[in-house]
Design a protein around this ligand. Structure first.
Ligand code: GTP
Ligand code: MG
Length: 445
């Protein structure tokens, strides 16, 4: 039976029955709170903004502490992300806070790819969570969830408009993370300019279709404050870790040649006016980010941004909820369909490879046969050549033998003639010697 059918049956058969007395399951919310408090919470903030815009200072001011961190140089070849995790404790509530900050953002001549390392970082945290979820043995309760819950986007206090780098980056991030835009170092801008600047930023975000995080208004208890705060976005903030005595109170403040301004106020007014909360966007930010909407940011990250990532990733892997006829399709069915599809493809590939192998063998065989034929022909040619050569040599040898024999015969004849000749010559010499003896004056020459 499909899961939806079972759910329908359970729903249809559900009746409301009164309880005769106290059972005790009304303590469930308390149990939940206790469990959560014991487990502790985690919250991950991503600060995106140009070098030196006051990211670290604002984090220190927000959490009223001094986090580690060296200022970045302006000579970074590319954008990087620096992540630090801290264990914080307030009353009995533990918070594992991760602050991720961009390093070298906006410092390159070509800023085209500046958003990429940020997007990759956010996706890598989603991927790590998805991998943990897909494990057979999951330990999600002990898993350090590093998914980014909020991105504080620091806008330079130019008073003009958003830079294209800001628009491109926010557009690339808005489907992946809750973006809260803030105007950094807003003490650099006058009150009237700031109002115009906020309007300009908001209209640019709207016209470019950039979705920023909206504080939720569906919960009655916070609907009013969240609704009011949504109208104040982007928050204009000032950060400072310096404690100054203002009146008889020690406060975080910035000191200027002309006086001081309390860290949470956006323009330098005398101290008593600084106490005016209507102008304090830092307080608004802290209130909205930490005190009212931290859980909603965590929840939105899981139910909206992570869900989108997970869906795309699973669809990429071939999983779907419905079949081609829009009928529900269980994970098991998807898996089996995918497996069959994979096996089919594997078989097809195997067959293709086999065919290719046979074809290659045939081709090789034909090549070898051709080569063998050529070799035979060459051998025959060489054999014939050899035979011709041999025959020629034999003929030559024969003629030479004949010549030698003829020569030998002539030689023998010549020797015979010579020996006969020498015998005849010898008797004539003896006769001449005798004549010379008898007549010494006879000339023999
Ligand atoms: P990198 O990490 O190097 O990118 O810088 P960052 O964005 O973390 O800036 P950081 O907090 O180090 O501040 C840079 C300088 O700006 C410091 O000298 C701060 O004192 C100063 N600064 C921070 N916040 C403000 C502010 O709200 N107003 C003014 N006027 N100066 C500020
Ligand atoms: Mg810093």
């Amino acid at each position: 039976m499909a899961a939806t059918d079972i759910a329908r049956q359970v729903g249809e058969g559900c009746r409301t029955v009164p309880l005769a007395g106290h059972v005790g399951f009304d303590s469930l919310p308390d149990q939940l709170v206790n469990k959560s408090v014991t487990q502790g919470f985690c919250f991950n903030i991503l600060c995106v903004g140009e070098t030196g815009l006051g990211k670290s200072t604002l984090m220190d001011t927000l959490f009223n502490t001094k986090f580690e961190g060296e200022p970045a140089t302006h000579t970074q070849p590319g954008v990087q992300l620096r992540s630090n995790t801290y264990d914080l404790q307030e009353s009995n509530v533990g918070l594992k806070l991760t602050i991720v900050s961009t390093v070298g953002f906006g410092d390159q001549i070509n800023k085209e790819d500046s958003y990429k390392p940020i997007v990759e970082f956010i996706d890598a945290q989603f991927e790590a969570y998805l991998q943990e979820e897909l494990k057979i043995r999951r330990v999600l309760h002990a898993y350090h969830d590093s998914r980014i819950h909020v991105c504080l986007y620091f806008i330079a206090p130019t008073g003009h408009s958003l830079k294209s780098l800001d628009l491109v980056t926010m557009k690339k991030l808005d489907s992946k993370v809750n973006i809260i835009p803030i105007i950094a170092k807003s003490d650099a801008i006058s009150k009237s300019e700031l109002t115009k600047f906020k309007i300009k930023i908001t209209s640019e975000l709207v016209s470019n279709g950039v979705q920023i995080y909206q504080f939720p208004t569906d919960d009655e208890s916070v609907a009013e404050i969240n609704g009011t705060m949504n109208a104040h976005l982007p928050f204009a903030v000032i950060g400072s870790t310096e404690e100054l005595k203002i009146g008889n109170k020690m406060m975080k403040a910035r000191q200027y040649p002309w006086g001081t301004v309390q860290a949470c106020f956006h323009y330098p007014l005398p101290c008593h006016a600084v106490e005016n909360e209507a102008h304090c966007d830092f307080v608004k930010l802290r209130e909205m980010l930490i005190r009212v909407n931290m859980e909603d940011l965590r929840e939105q990250t899981h139910s909206r941004h992570y869900e989108l990532y997970r869906r795309c990733k699973l669809e990429e892997m071939g999983f779907k909820d419905t079949d081609p006829d829009s009928k529900p399709f269980s994970l098991q069915e998807t898996y089996e369909a995918k497996r069959n599809e994979f096996l089919g493809e594997l078989q097809k590939k195997e067959e293709e490879m086999r065919q290719m192998f046979v074809q290659r063998v045939k081709e090789k065989e034909a090549e070898l046969k051709e080569a063998e034929k050529e070799l035979h022909e060459k051998f025959d040619r060489l054999k014939k050549l050899h035979q011709d050569e041999k025959k020629k040599l034999e003929d030559k040898k024969k003629s030479l033998d004949d010549e030698v024999n003829a020569f030998k015969q002539r030689k023998t004849a010549a020797e015979l003639l010579q020996s006969q000749g020498s015998q005849a010559g010898g008797s004539q010499t003896l006769k001449r010697d005798k004549e010379k003896k008898n007549n010494p004056w006879l000339c023999t020459e």
